[in-house]
Design a protein around this ligand. Structure first.
Ligand SMILES: NC(=O)c1ccc[n+]([C@@H]2O[C@H](COP(=O)([O-])OP(=O)(O)OC[C@H]3O[C@@H](n4cnc5c(N)ncnc54)[C@H](O)[C@@H]3O)[C@@H](O)[C@H]2O)c1
Length: 455
């Protein structure tokens, strides 16, 4: 049986409503391709903007964000996240707007708003709920909404769909459909970019899945994986980050043990890594808004079902505890070498990871705060972070100096930005008793062993 016949047979077996919707959907993809209809991307951050711009190479796209300042920058083809260059906006059919009513023109909506945690480390869903409500106000028969924000399994069905139905007075899978397609981009990584990462897609029914598959397949060279359900796709996303959290947590625990035993963890991992099935993970700070946040979404979900996720909770505690461990290690060393004098510390890098300008949930900030609480004189620099953003968010003034007139007692190599690849002069920036704390453990060769601390 050829594909068209098989498809017709499949359609015959479906209910009338579904049939009507399937007809509309296949039409919708064609209309999107022919630019008779458009796609709206809601939320233009690290995830939404690259997605919108790539979609705009094939489709007519409306990029919507509530942040008007961001929209002004985008009108000038400036990406505030610095992930895209001006060149990337060229020949793209995209309009940026902060005007909500423009959303009414779209037929396919993709929502990529933040899903952080609150101060109790519980999922904070207000941005997702308000973006969903905004889309709901403009929802029309035949529309499809795809969520890309990272959530717990069940969130689309239990939180988003009821908002859409209540506000639009339309019915899921009769009047509109939904889908979920988690984002896997890795900010700062110029190799694994949007088009090169396989995309997981899912839909509320087969027609939605077909439509979403076709749309993403049009722009993602690596192709798509059709998940069995929306819940499966939601769970897959959190599991990807949880697996990293757990493995980094293991390395962090090992690094504490090896520090006590005066063994260099990186040397151990290098040796162990010669076994064919040893996985490469390294100790370090787990900040940012993915690995350090997403596990809490599943932890919360598990608890609602009376399951205590002990491994996940312990790992979070271990990884969160690395700030304390680093500060204590520095203090312990200082007590031995420099009991009473005023200690000067230079922190190199403040962003949550290397080669990004994103300072949200940076654990380096927590280290700086603790060091300052101990009355140390702390100088902070970062070649990639935005100084006014750091000042506004954290009250930390970034040093703009390239060289320093006085040496430091401690230099903390906190973030391995590309600008720090050549650090040969670091030993000359230290006092005679001074030492380097190299969080990522890559500058061992620069200072004598007795002046080198790492995880
Ligand atoms: N950043 C990453 O590396 C990454 C990777 C994979 C998945 N994710 C997930 O993707 C989602 C988005 O993350 P991000 O890093 O792009 O966030 P972000 O903070 O960089 O961007 C979110 C954007 O949404 C806008 N916004 C907030 N509320 C809005 C609303 N109601 N309507 C329209 N716009 C609104 C904000 O102004 C902001 O520009 C989150 O769920 C995150 O967990 C992020």
């Amino acid at each position: 049986m050829n594909t068209q016949l098989a498809y017709n047979k499949q359609l015959e077996n479906r209910s009338n409503n579904e049939l009507k919707l399937a007809y509309k959907k296949s039409q919708l993809f064609n209309k999107l391709v022919n630019k008779e209809e458009s796609i709206a991307v809601v939320g233009l951050g690290y995830v939404g903007l690259p997605l919108a711009v790539h979609m705009a190479s094939k489709f007519k796209v409306l990029g919507f964000d509530i942040n008007q300042e961001k929209i002004l920058q985008l009108w000038n083809f400036q990406d505030p996240c610095k992930e895209l260059s001006t060149e990337d906006f060229k020949n793209k059919d995209i309009t940026f707007t902060a005007t909500e009513r423009s959303l009414g023109n779209a037929k396919l909506y993709i929502v990529a708003v933040p899903t952080p945690i609150d101060k109790y480390k519980m999922p904070y869903l207000e941005p997702l709920k308000s973006a969903t409500a905004m889309v709901a106000k403009h929802l029309k028969k035949g529309d499809c909404i795809v969520f890309e924000s990272t959530v717990f399994p069940g969130c689309t069905d239990e939180i988003c769909v009821p908002i859409l139905e209540r506000i639009s007075r339309l019915k899921l899978n009769e009047d509109f459909t939904v889908g979920y397609s988690p984002e896997r981009i890795n900010p700062g990584d110029k190799n694994h970019t949007f088009t090169k990462i396989k995309k997981i897609v899912s839909g509320s029914n087969n027609e939605a899945l077909d439509l979403i598959t076709s749309v993403y397949e049009s722009v993602v060279e690596a192709g798509v994986h059709r998940a069995e359900s929306i819940k499966v796709a939601e769970a897959a996303k959190v599991v990807e980050n949880i697996q990293r959290d757990v493995n980094i947590g293991l390395m962090n625990e090992l690094s504490q043990i090896f520090n006590a035993l005066s063994i260099n963890t990186k040397d151990v991992l290098k040796a162990a890594g010669t076994k064919w099935n040893f996985h490469n993970y390294f100790p370090g700070l787990v900040g940012g808004h993915c690995i350090g946040v997403d596990p809490y979404y599943l932890i919360d979900r598990a608890k609602k079902f009376n399951i205590r996720p002990q491994i996940l909770e312990t790992v979070r505690k271990t990884n969160e505890g690395m700030v304390d461990f680093i500060v204590k290690s520095i203090k312990k060393r200082l007590w031995i070498k420099k009991p009473k004098e005023k200690v000067t510390i230079l922190v190199k890098g403040i962003t949550f990871k290397e080669d990004v300008n994103d300072v949200r949930n940076s654990k380096v900030v927590d280290i700086i705060k603790q060091l300052k609480k101990n009355d140390f004189e702390v100088t902070v620099e970062d070649p990639q972070a935005n100084p006014s953003e750091v000042l506004d968010h954290y009250g930390i003034e970034l040093s703009s100096q390239k060289t320093y007139s006085k040496p430091f007692d401690v230099i903390i190599m906190a973030v391995n930005h590309k600008e720090y690849q050549c650090m040969d002069e670091v030993v000359t920036m230290l006092t005679p008793q001074g030492f380097l704390f190299d969080i990522r453990g890559t500058f061992k060769h620069l200072v004598p062993k007795h002046r080198y601390l790492t995880l």
